[in-house]
Write a protein that binds this ligand. Structure first.
Ligand SMILES: Cc1cc2nc3c(=O)[nH]c(=O)nc-3n(C[C@H](O)[C@H](O)[C@H](O)COP(=O)(O)O)c2cc1C
Length: 280
């Protein structure tokens, strides 16, 4: 796809203003329709009940499978759950997140070393390498890249999505619900459905690039002004959404303050070992 005129494109300025809430990057940026779609991402938590078109799951999975995969090992799988009872159970396991029950579909993204162990066993081959943390990380990265491709594909079709990391609150229960074998675990879910036009979601501003983009080497101190500016931007956004205006820093600090804020995920290492992962 051709790049449009970088500076003159009117959509670029509007998209950057929404994405950064006033702290846009200073240099000229490039623009085309794909970049426009990416910049307008937002998580959707209010869905219409309507069914998805035939072929939606297969289309999203084809997009997912088109992501890069470490050494092409493809150490991930996805379980599509449309059954209403199962979605209701998943909603409960994820701390009562009702969008899981309301949307027609949730895709469960699996770090999948089960297939690799199965192939090794069938070949009577050693599988020691799959018992290391590196293999779990490779599988999780593969799953995340695949899922994000599915998100981009879904949004390009007008569908909405939201990731569900809270399924890691109860990894063993989630695994049992979808019959996972040992050496397979849900890294996160992804709700998919038609956004409810009566309850639209807004684009949530991100940190200024001055905080996340470094040239030739990393520097922490110069980020301070950008972090403070983002905290103020977040308060404005929260106010506009009718949310408590706590800012972003307080949310970050709250997550780090104690194990309790991890909602069960503080025992993830033990849970993954119980699911068969070596993590050595
Ligand atoms: C791995 C991951 C897990 C997430 N888990 C949840 C979740 O359990 N529930 C939820 O409502 N949103 C979840 N989110 C969505 C984030 O809250 C959201 O992406 C973030 O607030 C930024 O908002 P935006 O996606 O609308 O830009 C998750 C996002 C990611 C990437």
């Amino acid at each position: 796809m051709a790049l449009d005129d970088p500076i003159a494109h009117p959509d670029l300025h509007a998209a950057l203003a929404r994405r950064y809430g006033g702290d846009e990057p200073s240099g000229p940026l490039l623009w085309n329709d794909v970049i426009g779609h990416l910049l307008s991402h937002r998580s959707i938590r209010a869905y219409r009940k309507d069914a998805l078109p035939d072929g939606t799951v297969e289309t999203l999975v084809a997009a997912a499978q088109s992501a890069a995969s470490s050494s092409n090992l493809q150490l991930w799988s996805v379980v599509a759950v449309a059954d209403a009872d199962k979605r209701a159970q998943l909603a409960q396991l994820a701390g009562g997140q009702q969008h899981i029950a309301h949307a027609p579909l949730i895709l469960l993204w699996i770090a999948d070393l089960a297939r690799a162990h199965h192939i090794a066993a069938r070949s009577d081959a050693p599988a020691e390498g799959f018992g290391y943390l590196e293999s779990f990380l490779v599988a999780s990265i593969d799953a995340a890249l695949a899922a994000q491709n599915a998100v981009v594909a879904a949004e390009s079709l007008g569908l909405g999505t939201v990731y569900i990391g809270a399924l890691r609150n109860r990894p063993e229960d989630v695994a049992a619900l979808i019959d996972l074998p040992p050496n397979a675990g849900v890294v996160f879910g992804l709700v998919v459905g038609w956004p409810d036009p009566d309850r639209p979601a807004s684009i949530k501003p991100r940190l200024p690039q001055a905080a996340v983009l470094h040239h030739e080497g990393y520097a922490l101190e110069p980020q301070q002004a950008a972090i403070d500016s983002y905290d103020a931007t977040s308060r404005i956004f929260q106010h506009g959404q009718g949310l408590p205006t706590v800012g972003w820093i307080a949310q970050l600090l709250q997550r780090g303050a104690s194990a309790a804020s991890l909602n069960g995920r503080q025992r993830l290492s033990a849970a993954l070992k119980a699911l068969g992962f070596g993590l050595r």
